[in-house]
Design a protein around this ligand. Structure first.
Ligand code: ADP
Ligand code: ASP
Ligand code: MG
Length: 437
């Protein structure tokens, strides 16, 4: 069984939704994971924020504006009166529901319910479209099987069990459709896998049911060797290992959700990145065997990083010091991305600043603390194994004209990362590209 995930642009218009059948063969047993129609989640974020700010009238205007777009979309998508009617009822239902939440006390719980409506809409519209043209499909409600625990970690065994049972109920069906991004949390509330989370859904499903392959269909022909939004002349990479792809996704290559490689890697399910606009293009195959020895593969950048520098003479020759520092971050459930140490100082970076103030207060018990905001991690992925030489020098040489705050090398064989001020990101990506490729 294959899992095919289509992103927002791939379902971004009536024409695109109809065009999915150029790629999807209804006779193959497969699960189609859909994102919300392009622009929808951004709109829902804005609506949620506006309700949270107590500006209900403004939020209702935004809802009406966005509903308009769906009214246009269904005019084009459905050709029968019955199809139009069903789709009209559907969008009425979802947009009235969103509006009705604003009447109650609107909290982050309602906000997440609002965010979930995009994927519920896109999947049902596709299901109705297939129904109208006579192709049988089964809509699988992601909220019945996609679950995260109290640490926001997906529970793969639960997903496999629940989804397996749902699939078994439809042994004669081939085409299944489900929502990306949305899930339930440990309280049973509607939650999500963070922005871009539909990739993660696809990989989790692939892992949970041991699929043959996960395909991520998007608007570009695979993982490029640098950020195509910033650097010109980037090229797709045909093969990547799970480790390489995981580093690139984690360190900012937007084509993949940061955590989406891990489930596929853990259960050894190959992942293909493919282009909906050019289905014949090879794209990228991510697999166990995908790596290439002795080469630099790609560059990525992760924005919104905060660096925390802790200086303490108590660290000198002491043991247990780092543990105490790390425990503070652990207590606040704040992951650390990058770390460098000297005899009397340690610098580390985080991207989740929700509890930063409290963390800093506690860390200050151990020494003097300096914080740099608005930093970027630039990450070069390739074969930096113990037997290679010269690549790190090349990386540093390429950006020798830029101030570097931190360097991380040797943590894994696949990556060298540097921390720069966000203002230097573009120049760093371009200089590295010119020097390395
Ligand atoms: P989808 O909506 O299909 O999930 P995304 O916008 O999340 O699509 O991801 C695809 C986009 O990721 C591309 O259009 C491209 O601009 C951007 N991107 C950033 N870095 C890379 C990279 N290294 N390789 C390919 N695409 C990248
Ligand atoms: N619709 C969600 C988002 O825009 C999830 C996704 O597209 O992957 O973040
Ligand atoms: Mg995406």
């Amino acid at each position: 069984m294959k899992i095919l995930k289509f992103g927002g642009t791939s379902v971004g218009s009536a024409q695109r939704i109809k065009g999915l059948l150029d790629i999807v063969n209804p006779a193959d047993r497969q699960i189609i994971v859909l994102s919300a129609v392009a622009g929808t989640t951004n709109a829902l974020v804005e609506i949620g924020q506006t309700f949270l700010a107590g500006k209900s009238e403004e939020a209702l205007d935004l809802i009406a504006q966005h509903k308009n777009k769906y009214e246009e979309l269904i005019k084009e998508l459905f050709s029968t009166e019955q199809g139009q009617k069903k789709a009209t009822n559907l969008i009425d239902y979802h947009f009235n529901y969103i509006a009705s939440l604003g009447n109650e006390l609107f909290t982050p719980i309602e906000e997440k319910i609002v965010l979930a409506q995009g994927e519920l809409l896109s999947t049902t519209l596709f299901h109705f479209h297939l129904e109208e043209i006579g192709i049988p499909s089964v809509l699988l409600p992601a909220l019945d099987f996609m679950k995260i625990d109290e640490d926001n970690e997906p529970i793969v065994s639960y997903i496999g069990e629940k989804l397996g049972a749902l699939l078994a109920e439809h042994a004669d069906n081939t085409l299944f459709i489900t929502q990306g991004y949305i899930c339930r949390n440990s309280f049973g509330e509607i939650d999500n896998l963070r922005r871009g989370g539909s990739d993660y859904t696809a990989s989790l499903i692939g892992a949970a049911i041991q699929a043959d392959e996960v395909q991520i269909w998007t608007d570009i022909d695979g993982m490029h060797n640098n950020d195509p939004r910033i650097v010109s002349g980037t090229k797709p990479i045909a093969h990547l290992s799970f480790d390489e792809a995981a580093e690139l996704a984690y360190f900012g290559a937007k084509i993949l959700h940061p955590q989406s490689v891990f489930p596929a890697q853990r259960y050894n399910v190959p992942v293909r990145l493919l282009n909906t606009m050019d289905p014949q293009a090879f794209g990228t195959l991510i697999s166990k065997e995908g790596g290439t020895n002795g080469q630099i593969r790609a560059i990525a950048a992760k924005d919104g990083i905060t660096a925390i520098h802790i200086h303490s003479s108590r660290m000198l020759l002491a043991y247990g010091f780092l543990r105490k520092i790390f425990e503070i971050f652990e207590r606040y459930k704040t992951p650390i991305d990058m770390i460098t140490t000297s005899e009397v100082a340690v610098s580390l970076t985080v991207d989740d600043t929700k509890n930063l103030e409290d963390i800093i207060k506690e860390v200050e018990d151990f020494g003097s603390v300096h914080v740099d905001y608005d930093q970027t991690i630039v990450c070069v992925v390739g074969d930096f194994g113990a037997n290679t030489h010269g690549y790190t020098a090349k990386v540093l040489d390429a950006i020798k004209h830029l101030p570097i705050r931190m360097i991380s090398y040797g943590g894994s064989d696949y990556n060298v990362s540097v921390l720069v001020d966000a203002g230097h990101k573009t120049e760093a990506l371009r200089s590295l590209h010119n020097r390395l490729f």
